[in-house]
Design a protein around this ligand. Structure first.
Ligand SMILES: [Fe+2]
Ligand SMILES: [Fe+2]
Length: 191
């Protein structure tokens, strides 16, 4: 499998088998992933209201993530799957713990962490889009994967605008992300 740009590893091929074994669990988790993506983008508006270009870019991105919440919610309804509470996200929490304190390092790291989450999500949604037998669901996943790839690029571009060290730091955080993924169990969830 070709590695998704930015990531330092590819997903264990056994993950898709686990995901396909309980697709309803994946969809229920995915609903919260999209919601948290919107909330994370908006958290940057709260933290950096004076950065006009950043606010415009992440607000647009949050708008798209909210549209994804609507789409995944419709998918759950179509399948007759009842949504559940958020199971929490040890993956994102571990990654967020790598963010440095002090500015502009904190902003740089938050942008790169969000870029990595988008990249890993895009990779896995793409795997689902290629493997899910139901064509309507598979095609939804392919379109969501393409959107998350664009979001990855948006965050990388914003990071590059913050610091000339963005690419070097992206490499460090990508290695940390690969390590976190490798130490998590394979489960029917997006991460
Ligand atoms: Fe999304
Ligand atoms: Fe996204």
């Amino acid at each position: 499998m070709k590695r998704m740009p930015l990531l330092a590893s590819t997903t264990d091929p056994r993950w898709i088998e686990v995901a396909l074994s309980d697709l309803d669990a994946v969809h229920r988790d995915h609903l919260h992933c999209e919601r948290k993506a919107a909330q994370s983008a908006l958290s940057l508006v709260r933290s950096y209201p004076d950065r006009v270009e950043l606010v415009a870019a992440v607000a647009r991105l949050a708008h798209e993530e909210t549209a994804h919440v609507v789409q995944v919610s419709a998918l759950l309804a179509r399948r007759g799957t009842a949504p559940t509470w958020d199971l929490g996200d040890d993956y994102a929490a571990a990654l967020r713990s790598k963010c440095r304190t002090g500015e502009p390092e904190r902003l740089l790291d938050r942008l790169l962490v969000f870029a990595l989450i988008e990249a890993r999500s895009a990779e896995r949604l793409g795997l689902l889009g290629a493997a899910i037998p139901d064509e309507a669901t598979a095609s939804l996943y392919r379109s969501l994967a393409a959107a998350e790839e664009r979001h990855r690029d948006t965050f990388v571009e914003l990071a590059r605008g913050i610091s000339p060290d963005a690419d070097a730091r992206a490499l460090e955080l990508a290695r940390a992300e690969a390590n976190i993924v490798a130490n998590l169990p394979l489960r029917p969830r997006v991460h």
